[in-house]
Design a binder for this molecule. Structure first.
Ligand code: PLP
Length: 363
């Protein structure tokens, strides 16, 4: 099969909800068309539902999850501020980098990979930080951390939470857990193509908004007029209309199915991956009791793949069976697989295909 055959014929291994894909093919509205503005307003309302928040400033940032991360940091801290960042994988490390680029001081609290965020250690790292930052669902390790505990203990600091791999897939209650700023990505449990970063900001955080953040494109002082539309919608940049239309449809699919039902589907698929992989002789990497449903991290015991390299096995899964799994990142590259069951793909039939294919290759 040629590359163009694969692109044109599908089905590819990454399948958004059919509703989200169909929305991309609709005739396009203009970005200031009143009907598009109404669709944006409804998208934001749907996002409030999945974030479990009443925050007025809830909207999709134009850019992938990393743009959400950057917006969430540069708008609220800068030179003179200290940010305590819990680092238990790649994405906590990325936050540290952005905090430093913003001019603020980052205090990184490093954790062993595979372990959840240790709230007591994070709190002990500094007396009066401007912000605590953590990742709810570390995609690099398959670990879920306790956001509610951090929210209850944050004191006067702002709490920033990366929800890229949790939004729509595991329980998340922004208001109840006292999260001030949260961002996500469309391509994970929301089951939409990559390209937007849903974000929500509390009133408490807005009171501390930088008047002139170290970014023009992501400056919320300007974007908020377009998003919340108090009076006239002021143009800031051209909204990615098709992506927002697709997100609107994907969120509709999730809410029609029911958030709780969708989360249970993620849990069932994640559990099936974990138990199936253990039966095939693999081991679970993430600490017990903190294992993430949408992303199962799997250790590959020495010798389990025979003469094949782990990259070779992943390649055969993709090319011969249309199943894509992720390799390890950072210190666990080559030792850990990351198996995502997210959004539309979080279904037992996909898990059965993966386990059967793997058995065929290295059984
Ligand atoms: N944070 C987490 C937890 C992620 O898993 C990712 C991407 O996988 C990101 C941030 C960055 O998102 P993106 O790759 O969409 O920019």
């Amino acid at each position: 099969m040629t590359l163009s055959d694969r692109i044109l014929m599908g089905p590819g291994p990454c399948n958004p909800y059919p509703e989200a894909t169909e929305a991309l093919t609709r005739p396009m509205l203009g970005h200031l068309d009143p009907d598009f503005i109404a669709l944006l307003d409804e998208t934001n309302e749907r996002l409030r539902e999945v974030f479990a928040t009443r925050n007025a400033l809830t909207f999709p940032v134009s850019g992938t999850g990393s743009a959400g991360m950057e917006a969430a940091i540069v708008n609220f801290v800068g030179p003179g501020d200290t940010v305590v960042v819990a680092v238990n994988g790649v994405f906590g490390g990325r936050m540290v980098d952005i905090v430093e680029r913003s001019g603020a001081t980052a205090v990184a609290v490093d954790h062993e990979w595979g372990q959840p965020v240790d709230v007591e250690r994070v709190l002990a790292a500094h007396d009066s930080p401007a912000m605590y930052a953590m990742v709810h669902a570390e995609t690099s390790t398959g670990v879920e951390s306790d956001v509610a505990a951090m929210g209850a203990a944050k004191g006067d600091a702002l709490l920033l939470v990366d929800c890229v791999t949790s939004l729509g897939g595991v329980e998340l209650r922004v208001d109840d857990w006292s999260v001030d700023i949260a961002y996500s990505g469309t391509q994970k449990c929301l089951g939409v193509a990559p390209g937007l970063a849903p974000m929500t900001v509390s009133e408490r955080a807005l009171e501390r908004l930088n008047p002139r953040p170290r970014s023009w494109y992501l400056d919320l002082n300007m974007i908020r007029d377009y998003v919340t539309g108090d009076g006239a919608r002021a143009y800031h940049h051209t909204a990615p209309i098709s992506m927002i239309t697709s997100l609107h449809a994907g969120l509709g699919a999730v809410l029609d199915e029911g958030l709780d039902v969708v989360r249970r589907r993620h849990r069932a698929a994640g559990d099936a991956v974990k138990s199936g992989m253990e039966k095939l002789g693999f081991e679970l990497f993430a600490a017990e009791g903190h294992r993430l449903a949408p992303l199962s991290s799997i250790s590959i015991p020495d010798g389990r793949l025979g003469s094949r390299s782990e990259a070779e096995v992943r390649s055969r899964l993709l090319v011969d069976f249309g199943v894509e799994i992720g390799g390890g990142l950072g210190p666990v590259a080559g030792k850990v697989w990351r198996i995502g069951t997210m959004g539309h793909t979080a279904r037992l039939r996909n898990v059965t295909t993966l386990l059967g294919a793997l058995d065929e290759i290295v059984g």
